[in-house]
Design a protein around this ligand. Structure first.
Ligand code: SAM
Length: 286
């Protein structure tokens, strides 16, 4: 795929007929790890930007809109999550948000590329914000699909914070992987997944939902908005072994939110419930 290049800009190669470009005020790092090409640059509006194989993974400026919604919706919905698993999440932002819950006793993070972690600690320290030093965090460097195929204690919440289904991330979008995630969920456990921007990547969401439909009593998706995940709202997949977590009333979510005492920049209890209301074009993809 030939992607237009513009001197001094990152032109994202995610879609063949559409690209977004961010001005690189200063390139801080550009190198290949064993798995993917890592690059960080500074941009006046978004702060530091991390790309993997040219695709924007996260930016200091808007990462909170993604990490807060993928972490706190399942944890507040569950209400008693003690063990949380993150698949991917190398920049540390997801671990940071999960570990803000004092009620979370253990967080396993399974990342395939140690280079992303080491590098994010150095160039994007604000994302992990100390999460990698939290004694509750158990960091495992391996393929998330291989990890899920193994045995182990169940998790109350499993968060798939992966790249897009290209390269090493592809195995994290298969029915087999989702079935293995379900097998590792506790009785009222919840699986949530990064499922791209439906207006641009609708087939990704449809494929995930086709698998979730066969696996979970309660399945669907909810939405967040992340400016650098261009093309409209972003879908976050939701699969739960019981319907309980979806039907938590606003008053209960508010109580849990108040008790957690976490200062948010995006998540609110009302938005938590509203995020499951889908525009017709996205609902039709399920
Ligand atoms: N927030 C970003 C997004 O929505 O695209 C994802 C952030 S994070 C950087 C994605 C992480 O998934 C990367 O660190 C990458 O190394 C990791 N990853 C990709 N494939 C993986 C796999 N098979 N097992 C574990 N981690 C994987």
């Amino acid at each position: 795929m030939t992607i237009p290049q513009a001197e001094g800009w990152t032109v994202e190669p995610l879609h063949k007929e559409y690209s977004q470009a961010l001005l690189e005020d200063r390139v801080l790092y550009d190198s290949k790890t064993g798995h993917q090409r890592l690059r960080v640059f500074e941009n006046a509006r978004f702060g530091r930007v991390l790309t993997l194989d040219g695709v924007i993974q996260t930016t200091e400026g808007d990462e909170f809109m993604y990490h807060e919604m993928l972490a706190h919706v399942p944890i507040f919905a569950h209400g008693a999550a003690k063990r949380v698993l993150i698949i991917g999440g190398g920049d540390g932002g997801m671990a940071r948000e999960v570990l803000r819950h004092k009620t979370v006793e253990h967080c396993t993070m399974v990342e395939i590329d140690a280079g992303v972690i080491e590098f994010s600690k150095e160039f994007l320290p604000g994302l992990s914000n100390g999460a990698f030093d939290d004694p509750r965090l158990d960091l495992v460097i391996t393929d998330g699909a291989a990890f899920m195929a193994g045995q182990g204690e169940p998790y109350d919440v499993i968060i798939v914070d992966s790249t897009d289904p290209i390269g090493p991330g592809e195995v994290l979008f298969t029915p087999e992987f989702y079935a293995n995630c379900k097998a590792r969920l506790s009785e009222d456990g919840i699986l949530v997944t990064q499922n791209g921007v439906p207006f641009m990547q609708g087939d990704e969401l449809s494929k995930t939902m086709a698998a979730f439909r066969t696996l979970f009593v309660d399945w669907g998706c909810y939405l967040t908005h992340v400016p650098t995940y261009a093309g409209g709202p972003m879908a976050l997949g939701w699969g739960s072994r019981s319907g309980k977590a979806r039907d938590v009333p606003l008053a209960v979510l508010q109580q849990r939110f108040d008790a957690a005492g976490i200062a948010m920049r995006y998540y609110t209890p009302a938005l938590h419930l509203g995020a499951f209301a889908l525009p017709a074009y996205i609902a039709r993809l399920l």
